[in-house]
Design a protein around this ligand. Structure first.
Ligand code: ADP
Ligand code: MG
Length: 225
């Protein structure tokens, strides 16, 4: 174990059809770091995040999550790792419209194996944390975009993951809701969570202590402030 939350060594990701989405990416992200990933559309940002989050396997190269080599891990082991250690937040929220906010968040913990009551308590606490304690029985269609994204954040953090990966979480929000969501994301770091967030908004990127710039499947810049 190196203290790194996430590590890629010379990662190549080739999609069927010969698209080289990642062309030899190496990066180490320390535990508790907050990293923005920026770069033009098609530069490989989402692909890098999905490889970091073990949703996709690299074509070649090394991937470590929490100091563990995940290249040789089975699909089941990876599902377990994601269930316990990684929270995902997506631009499009990915909520079930027919379920209450509470059930959306509690269901996000199904794969942790926690009993239903524990999941509901954790969901309630997470919704309170994102300021939605008064909306737990609302369904997504009854919530604003900003509130939906806060439900999605609650779902990601209810299990207290060590790592939170977010793909343009403010992309569908107006600027005020976006600011609220961004503040929540930064607040996760106070729990020691490692945060990697994709954005194409320079202003948002500047609020992060570290920024990775991607272009054409490579990391071409790594800035710290
Ligand atoms: P970004 O998030 O920076 O916009 P992506 O990682 O989504 O970039 O995409 C990088 C490249 O990989 C693009 O050329 C894209 O078309 C391609 N790509 C992404 N996902 C797939 C996929 N599932 N199958 C084939 N090509 C893909
Ligand atoms: Mg993308």
């Amino acid at each position: 174990m190196s203290g790194a939350a996430l590590r890629l060594f010379d990662v190549v990701k080739e999609y069927p059809g010969g698209v080289h989405a990642l062309r030899g990416v190496s990066v180490e992200i320390a535990t508790g770091d907050r990293v923005a990933v920026v770069g033009p559309s098609g530069s490989g940002k989402t692909t890098m995040l999905t490889v970091l989050g073990t949703l996709e396997r690299a074509t070649s190269g090394g991937v470590e999550v929490g100091g563990r080599d995940v290249v040789d891990a089975s699909d089941n082991e990876l599902a377990g790792l994601r269930a316990h250690e990684i929270g995902f937040v997506f631009q499009g929220f990915h909520l079930q419209d027919s379920m209450t906010a509470l059930d959306n968040v509690a269901n996000g913990m199904l794969y942790t194996g926690a009993p239903a009551r524990e999941r509901r308590e954790a969901a309630q606490a997470a919704l309170e944390r994102v300021g939605l304690g008064g909306r737990v029985t609302h369904r997504p269609p009854q919530l604003s975009g900003g509130e939906r994204q806060r439900v999605a954040i609650a779902r990601a953090i209810a299990k207290h993951p060590a790592i939170v990966l977010a793909d343009e979480p403010t992309g569908n929000l107006d600027s005020k809701s976006g600011q609220e969501v961004l503040a929540l994301m930064h607040g996760l770091a106070s729990d020691g969570a490692t945060l990697v967030l994709i954005t194409h908004d320079e202003q948002i990127a500047r609020t992060f202590p570290r920024r990775l710039l991607m272009r054409d499947g490579e990391i071409v810049g790594d800035e710290r402030q």
